[in-house]
Design a protein. Sequence first.
Length: 363
Amino acid sequence: MTRDATSQDHDHDHDHDHDHDHDHDHNHSGGLRGIFSRIFHTHGHADQQQILASDPALATAEGIRTVWLALAALGATTVVQIIILIGSGSVALLADTIHNLGDALNSIPLLLAFYLARRAADRRYTYGWGKAEDVAGIFIVLSIAVSAAIIFWESFRKLLNPEPIAFAGWVAAAAIIGFVGNEAVAWLQIRTGRRIGSAALVADGMHARTDGLTSLAVLPAVIGSVLGFPIVDPIVGIIIGVVILFIVRDSARTMWHRLMDAIDPDLVDRIEQVAGDTNAVQHVHDIRVRWVGHRLHSELHIVVDEDLPTHASHAIAESVRHELLHQIPYLSVVSVHVDPCGHSGNDHHADLAHHDHLIQRPA
């Protein structure tokens, strides 16, 4: 017996409270690690996780609006930096400007992915088009890698022939503008990404926050040039390039996890707990969870008393679905398979025993 949220839509127009509060330990370590933990703190809070779980279409629309705003903000920031770059010739500013331009262009595949996510599932794309977000992520990682290569090329070229930065004051102003623009985009994307459950949008926001810090790194290059040390400029450019390589590594790891349907084990534990605590459920096993865009899909098996009539077993399965849809953030599709307990001694899976070697069961 299997029930899922596609065959019978979960009715969210009711008066139940969706409790998505989670307890987190907010004690961070000291030193530089503690500082960066606070800067890149990503835990969700109650006021940040007012999730649009009741309306996936509205969540997607919110994501589209956010990406458009981010694209406009990064575009405006990049234009201002290019204007200043033309007169200054700073390779550190060039590195930061190229990266900001790449980030603005990265918004385009993400925007297309959100538009594709609006398309309904059909007999070919039975899970819908949510995975388009992950495909967009591949292009984003590649574009970041290309920008790093360009930055290294220009930095090493100027390292051999360092030149003083012209209009140092304007370059410093451009660096500050880059920081402000990226931080505004980071705040918007992270906030919206948490609300709608989009890991891609949150990751892009974290990327923007890192870019804001690299924009500030242009300031030492300006100071070095003013003090008569123009070689600081390409050195800072190389440092920014190294920072971007770390971004590439982290982004590639995230995309690998998404493409391989990796999931946080704590989430699996939470699903097992919620399902197992549901009345009349004796055991829960074979839990599978995957992200499809910014929504979660899950399937699981529950064990119930084999003497129950079909309608009673069905009611238990629906109770499990109902509890999971309430208590697991971003979950939109749940399939529940009901297994009889087998206290009679009968093997209810004997007919499929010879197929067991084909089944990869979760550990």
